[in-house]
Each structure stands twice: as structure tokens, then as C-alpha cells.
Design a protein around this ligand. Structure first.
Ligand code: SF4
Length: 431
């Protein structure tokens, strides 16, 4: 047996870096401290040589042949799409941006189908921010809005927000008050001190009411209560927010992907900013995939934009709605695609999936998935965090180094993407 201390779970945006892995032979048999999702992540990844290096047209192929075929497809494409990126290292994400540059591609990440609207809001209104370490040590009021951390981020409560004893919250859970705002009573409501049920599609309105109450402005009772929340309830929440020593709002896709989208996210960020007139308050999107925050970060420092970036004119252009993957596929514009560590064929709308099946697609993924089944080329890569080192960004934008526990016979995404880009340059004669 071998024990790997302080390993990093890259399954969800919590990116817990306190996991103790026990390795027996070529398998991880124990993941101490991990939640049920994390245990499944570490234990369900196939170890050793479990698949061919690659498949071309469904037939086993060598890595060299697959890289050659992938480069040939991308070099010959007029409008290639590169999509995914949120379940791989930031080193691989950087190589994917380079590949987009050398192929004149559209590059987009899973952000466009989760917190893309929040990214637009951040550009418009900014973000009152802090690290999860500060939240753990200081927060006495925690609001979750439009999200269900009990099931999506199981250790968020125990590691960062509710139960830890913090430097300035020595009583732990007793020293904190938690409010859940959502359209239905989810498993997270059991952990809350107060559950506020809001009518679907009324988030923006309730946030506007809270902003008015925080600033002491008049509020129209009938309009306020059209949100489904009695005005007195909203008033009590606004007062509680102003009186908190350190408050935080975590928000999910119930904000960013419902009616209002970026306006909802912007309103919530602005509410938190307003509250800084009275106390310390911040707002943070609850990010899903392990390194989706890294995808936003790397694309931003490489291109200036967080997602939906197009290189077809030789320089990066930003176009949500125009250069986002679903739109590029639904309009049948892409004539080739490279999918990096993602499975759009399992969750994109049907017209996008159908176009993806029509065009030559290259998939880099440790496992067979819906997209690799329809792909022209599938290259088996090593799983990040488990077999590949590098960097990931936690949801509060803190970069963390990975501590891989198992060697893998397969190459990391970073190496494969770099090889494809180098070969495209050779085929096209560009430098
Ligand atoms: Fe992994 Fe997320 Fe569970 Fe932490 S909360 S162990 S990162 S799945």
C-alpha cells in the first residue's frame, strides 16, 4: 500500500486539496476526506491500460496515427470549433488556446452553458471578492441562492462555509446563519436556518427589492410580493445582511441560467457591492466542473476574454451568442471540432448534437463517452489530478498544484494538444 497525502480532488469546483489516497497496485482503494462524489471520481477511473491509445473511425489506432489524423482534419477545416476545457489542467487549457490560434478556430468552454452570463455580469459590474479561506474564517452570514450545494458540492458546507470553526467564528456552526433562496426545497434546505421560496423567474425582482430595502428606498408592496416572498421576510433578510460582520452570497445556475440571466448575476453582484457601504460582503458563483474557473482564467489571460473566443481573423474576438459552441453548431457553421475533456453529445440541444455527429470530431478524454462514440478520432488521455500533475483553479480563483497518485500509460491532454498544434503548423506551413 502507498499513501498519497494532500491529494487534490478535481471533480467539482470545491477542489478539495486535503484528500488522503491509498493506492494498492494500480488502483486507488481509499480516498479519505473525500465526499461521495469525490470517492466515485477517484475509484471509478480505470487504471492501467484499459483501452487502445486511440480510435480512428471506431477502430483501434496508434497515438501517432491519431495525432496525424486530428491535425489533418483541423488543418483542412475552414471553421473549426474547440470546446470543453473545464476538466483538464490549466497547462492543457493554455495549449488549447494556442491550437485555436494556429487553426483560426472558435474556442469555447463549458462556462457558456453554466456561468457565461455571470462572466458578462462580472465585466459589467465587477465582483466583490474574497477567498474561501476568508469565508471559512470570517463569514457569519451565508446565503446560497439558486444552487444546491448539498448535492452538487457536498463539502462546501463542511470545508468552507457552515461548520468549520474559523479564526473569527470560533463557535463554528453556531456562529453562522445560513439562508437558502430557491424555487423549491432541495436537500440544501435541511442545512439552512432559513429557507426562502421564490416564484420561478422572479430572482431579479427579489434582488431589486433587497437592494431598495438595503438603501432605505420605498418599495411597492404588491410588486415586491409578486416574487412570492412577503415584504416583511425580505425586509428581515435585508436587515440581517446589513448587520452581518462578514456576509457572502453563493449563487448557482438558478441565477445565471434562468429568466434574466446576466441581469440576475449583475444584480446579485451589485447587491453585495451595495452592502459594502455597511459591512463586508461578497458574492461568488458556485462553479461546477473541477477546473472551469481555470478555463475562464486561462482564456482571459491568453485572449482577453473568458469564453466564446474566435481566432478566424488572426486575433481574438469575443462573441457570446455568436461564438458560443451551441450556437456555432446549431447554425451548422463549424466544419470540424476538437472536444477536450467534455461530453457535449450527452447534454447539448438536439440540433447541436446532430451537427456534431455530421462533422469530423476529435475527442481527447480518458474514457469513452457519448461524444467519443460519434467522433472520427478519440485519443485516450490520462485523467487529470489522478495521473496528471499541473494546476487547477478553485472556484475562488486560487490556483492549486495537483498531486497525481497513479502513473498512466496514456499521455496528458497538454502533450497531445501540443503535438496536434505542432503538426498543424507543419501541414499548413505557418509559423
Ligand atoms: Fe471532490 Fe467536490 Fe467532493 Fe471536494 S466536494 S471531495 S472537490 S467532489
Amino acid at each position: 500500500d502507498r499513501v498519497v497525502p494532500n491529494a487534490v480532488c478535481t471533480f467539482c469546483g470545491c477542489v478539495c486539496d486535503d484528500i488522503e489516497l491509498t493506492v494498492e497496485g494500480d488502483r486507488i482503494t481509499r480516498a479519505k476526506n473525500a465526499c461521495v462524489l469525490g470517492v466515485a471520481w477517484f475509484q471509478n477511473h480505470p487504471a492501467g491500460r484499459h483501452a487502445p491509445d486511440a480510435r480512428i473511425g471506431g477502430e483501434p489506432a496508434s497515438l501517432d496515427a491519431a495525432v496525424e489524423e486530428a491535425a489533418r482534419i483541423l488543418a483542412g477545416a475552414r471553421y473549426p470549433l474547440i470546446f470543453g476545457l473545464s476538466n483538464t489542467t490549466s497547462e492543457a487549457q493554455r495549449e488549447a488556446v494556442r491550437l485555436a490560434d494556429v487553426t483560426g478556430a472558435c474556442i469555447d468552454t463549458t462556462t457558456s452553458v453554466c456561468h457565461g452570463p455571470t462572466e458578462l455580469a462580472l465585466q459589467a459590474v465587477g465582483k466583490p471578492a474574497a477567498t474561501l479561506g476568508e469565508v471559512r474564517n470570517r463569514a457569519d452570514l451565508i446565503v446560497y441562492w439558486g444552487c444546491n450545494p448539498a448535492e452538487g458540492h457536498p463539502r462546501h458546507f463542511t470545508r468552507y462555509t457552515l461548520t468549520p470553526r474559523g479564526r473569527f467564528v470560533p463557535e463554528g456552526r453556531k456562529g453562522r446563519y445560513m439562508v437558502l433562496v430557491d424555487v423549491r426545497r432541495t436537500a440544501s434546505a435541511r442545512a439552512a436556518d432559513e429557507f426562502i421560496q421564490i416564484r420561478p423567474g422572479k430572482d431579479f425582482e427579489l434582488i431589486a427589492v433587497l437592494r431598495a430595502l438595503v438603501r432605505g428606498r420605498p418599495v411597492d408592496v404588491a410588486r415586491a410580493e409578486a416574487t412570492g416572498v412577503p415584504l416583511e421576510r425580505a425586509r428581515s433578510l435585508a436587515e440581517r445582511m446589513k448587520k452581518a460582520r462578514f456576509g457572502v452570497i453563493f449563487f448557482g445556475m438558478g441565477i445565471s441560467m434562468t429568466r434574466g440571466k446576466q441581469l440576475n448575476s449583475a444584480a446579485l453582484l451589485t447587491l453585495a457591492a451595495d452592502l459594502n457601504q455597511y459591512t463586508r460582503f461578497l458574492a461568488m458563483p458556485l462553479r461546477g466542473h473541477g477546473n472551469v474557473t481555470g478555463a475562464d482564467t486561462v482564456l482571459t489571460w491568453q485572449t482577453g476574454y473568458p469564453f466564446a473566443v474566435n481566432f478566424s481573423r488572426g486575433y481574438p474576438r469575443f462573441g457570446p451568442g455568436e461564438f458560443t459552441a451551441v450556437d456555432v453548431l446549431v447554425r451548422r457553421e463549424a466544419d470540424a471540432a476538437l472536444i477536450l475533456a467534455s461530453d457535449p453529445a450527452a447534454n447539448f440541444p438536439a440540433p447541436a448534437r446532430e451537427h456534431l455527429a455530421r462533422i469530423p470530431t476529435i475527442v481527447l478524454d480518458p474514457k469513452v463517452n457519448e461524444t467519443s462514440r460519434i467522433a472520427r478520432v478519440h485519443i485516450t488521455t490520462a485523467p487529470y489530478g489522478i495521473s496528471v500533475g499541473g494546476t487547477v483553479y478553485r472556484m475562488d480563483e486560487i490556483p492549486l498544484p495537483l498531486r497525481p497518485a497513479l502513473p498512466s500509460p496514456y499521455p496528458p491532454d497538454e502533450e497531445v494538444v501540443r503535438r496536434i498544434a505542432d503538426r498543424v503548423l507543419e501541414l499548413t506551413g505557418r509559423t
